[in-house]
Design a protein around this ligand. Structure first.
Ligand SMILES: Nc1ncnc2c1ncn2[C@@H]1O[C@H](COP(=O)(O)OP(=O)(O)OP(=O)(O)O)[C@@H](O)[C@H]1O
Ligand SMILES: *[C@@H]1O[C@H](CO)[C@@H](O)[C@H](O)[C@H]1NC(C)=O
Ligand SMILES: *[C@@H]1O[C@H](CO)[C@@H](O)[C@H](O)[C@H]1NC(C)=O
Ligand SMILES: [Mg+2]
Length: 304
């Protein structure tokens, strides 16, 4: 585990510089242009993600006294960029990114593996969040793979998410919570496909087209960590962030980025071949990558 602020005094001070600016370390909205540029340049095929994340982050950072923490929930099928975007965001917000002592990353398989120990996990999780928020109100909590999270565990977080709850001795309203899951992914894919068939461009897909299906999916799925959870019922999620399935030309862009990153030559033939080697759905039209860009990096080695 990471413990924030080993010395009593400097914790608050170093906490304040945790939210870094573009050039100088400071809290405030000035990271936004940089983040927006990075998203616009490097995140492919996710107009709603860019819009929702920027809206959430901007509103939150521009407000010196938020009434509640920022709560975002990322949904989408595998390889569409959920982990990618969350680490990018964290990198802009915190010096040392995911390594920052103010960033807490929970993965159910690592942190909460045994269903029979759920009561103990609830206690630990509550104490961790409370302890870490006492050290630094500007902390971020990432809950990855929410669909593998034991239903019920998430309910202990609820007191930290709302505007009116009293959490003793902490300035919890400045925290950021990000939930990540595949839940709702199938619904997002189906809606995107249906809209494509209705000749609606993915840029025209609105949040309203997707949000009802996502909420229903995560709330009503007994496998989901959100199952019947108060988080949905009490509308504690400020920003639902849907990740659309990626098309062939997006995958090609991922291949190009990956080649550049690995310092390899960008040959059009290789880009095409790597993108072609990935499975697409539905069976007839083969429109969307079944694994997004997830396997791109590992596939490249086969072509060199
Ligand atoms: N929309 C995207 N734009 C650019 N690169 C992407 C995008 N989606 C995925 N990638 C690339 O593919 C890799 C895998 O994506 P990522 O790990 O973010 O998927 P994920 O949505 O978290 O999947 P999972 O649900 O399986 O965890 C990323 O590291 C990134 O390089
Ligand atoms: C903060 O959270 C981590 C888990 O990320 C945990 O190990 C640690 O004990 C927590 N710190 C406090 C002070 O509760
Ligand atoms: C998505 O579409 C497929 C194929 O039409 C269907 O079998 C599946 O039940 C749909 N899933 C959801 C969650 O709507
Ligand atoms: Mg992921």
């Amino acid at each position: 585990g990471r413990t924030a602020g080993s010395q009593a005094g400097p914790a608050v001070l170093s906490c304040r510089v945790a939210f870094r600016g573009c050039s100088s370390p400071s809290a405030g909205p000035c990271i936004c242009p940089c983040l927006e540029f990075d998203l616009a340049t490097n995140l492919v095929g996710q107009p709603l993600v860019r819009q929702q994340v920027m809206k959430g982050v901007r509103e939150f950072l521009e407000n010196p006294n938020p009434v509640k923490p920022l709560v975002m929930s990322f949904h989408g099928s595998t390889g569409t960029g959920k982990t990618y975007v969350s680490s990018m965001l964290i990198r802009y917000l915190f010096q040392r990114g995911l390594q920052s002592p103010y960033v807490h990353h929970f993965s159910p398989i690592v942190h909460f593996p045994h269903a029979e120990q759920i009561e103990q996990y609830k206690e630990s999780l509550k104490h961790w969040i409370q302890g870490n928020l006492t050290n630094c109100g500007r902390s971020a909590f990432l809950f990855d793979e929410m669909d593998k999270m034991h239903p019920g565990l998430i309910d202990v977080i609820i007191p930290f998410l709302g505007p009116s709850w009293v959490v003793y001795g902490t300035n919890y309203r400045k925290a950021i919570f990000i939930f990540i899951s595949n839940a709702g992914g199938e619904q997002i894919n189906n809606v995107t496909l249906a809209l494509w068939r209705a000749r609606k461009d993915r840029e025209e897909i609105s949040l309203q087209d997707l949000e009802p299906a996502i909420s229903k999916a995560v709330f009503e799925n007994p496998q989901s960590g959100f199952w019947k959870s108060g988080i949905i019922n009490e509308h504690l999620i400020d920003f639902v962030v849907p990740f659309l399935p990626l098309k062939h030309h997006h995958v090609k862009q991922c291949v190009v980025s990956e080649l550049v990153q690995q310092g390899l030559e960008v040959r059009p033939g290789v880009v095409q071949e790597v993108a072609d080697s990935i499975p697409y759905f539905p069976e007839e039209e083969k429109l969307f990558s079944s694994t997004g860009c997830k396997t791109v990096a590992s596939r490249i080695s086969f072509f060199f």
